[in-house]
Ligand binder design. Structure first.
Ligand SMILES: C[S@@+](CC[C@H](N)C(=O)[O-])C[C@H]1O[C@@H](n2cnc3c(N)ncnc32)[C@H](O)[C@@H]1O
Length: 201
């Protein structure tokens, strides 16, 4: 079974990250995979609802102090090679940047790239962290080729009768054709609609 590791790279852990990390923990647990949130500063107060989520392993150590480098694959939007089902046979650990999504992307995944991990891309579009973990799990555990996963790019959310917000990311869609988002995310987006979505994830 693979381990999914999100290296938390922000000093804080806000409501958007809380919902994404809780979603990753639940889905990983349901699929028999480990989920580690690494590099969590000792002083960081974990939100209670996240701390209580089944399947979450919180680590103060950073990823290089937990796993041998050759077992780790970094999911990197700038990698030259796309993730394939065979990567699930070669790597035991899949590493993601615990970074707020931004538009345009600022390439903060480079902070992990510098550590020298082998990198794989999940296609050309930026995904939210929970989407990136979901897609990786589908490819390496369920052996679905990347190009066969059903996606929607930049979906619009209806905030109210008059307002819509475009989400600047690629999402996996469910059987009804709707983008899969963490529980509570749509309500949070509606609540925060006035702030703009460029740096909220
Ligand atoms: C919200 S994205 C952040 C990307 C960000 N804008 C940056 O500065 O790199 C969080 C993480 O999801 C993963 N990710 C998202 N889209 C990806 C893609 N198309 N290919 C590979 N990894 C991706 C990466 O591990 C990335 O660090």
């Amino acid at each position: 079974m693979p381990a999914f590791v999100v290296e938390h790279l922000d000093p804080e852990l806000g409501p958007w990250s809380t919902l994404e990390y809780a979603c990753i923990a639940r889905e990983s647990h349901a699929h028999g995979a480990r989920f580690l949130l690494s590099s969590v500063p000792a002083k960081l107060q974990m939100p209670a609802e996240l701390a209580a989520t089944q399947g979450l392993e919180v680590e103060q150590r950073s990823v290089e102090n937990i796993f041998a480098k050759d077992k780790v694959c970094l999911l990197d939007p700038s990698a030259q090679v796309e993730l394939s089902p065979e990567d699930g046979d070669h790597f035991e650990v899949f590493l993601f940047g615990g970074i707020l999504g931004d538009d345009p992307p600022r390439d903060r995944t480079s902070e992990l790239r510098k550590k020298g991990y082998v990198g794989r891309r999940l296609g050309p579009k930026q995904m939210t962290t929970d989407t990136a973990v979901r897609v990786t799990r589908m490819v390496v555990q369920e052996k679905v080729p990347l190009e066969q996963i059903p996606y929607v790019d930049y979906p619009e959310l209806h905030i109210n009768a008059h307002e819509r917000t475009e989400m600047p990311f690629r999402y996996v869609i469910d059987a009804r054709g709707q983008p899969i988002m963490p529980d509570g995310m749509v309500d949070l987006i509606k609540k925060d609609a006035d702030k703009g979505v460029g740096d909220l994830f």
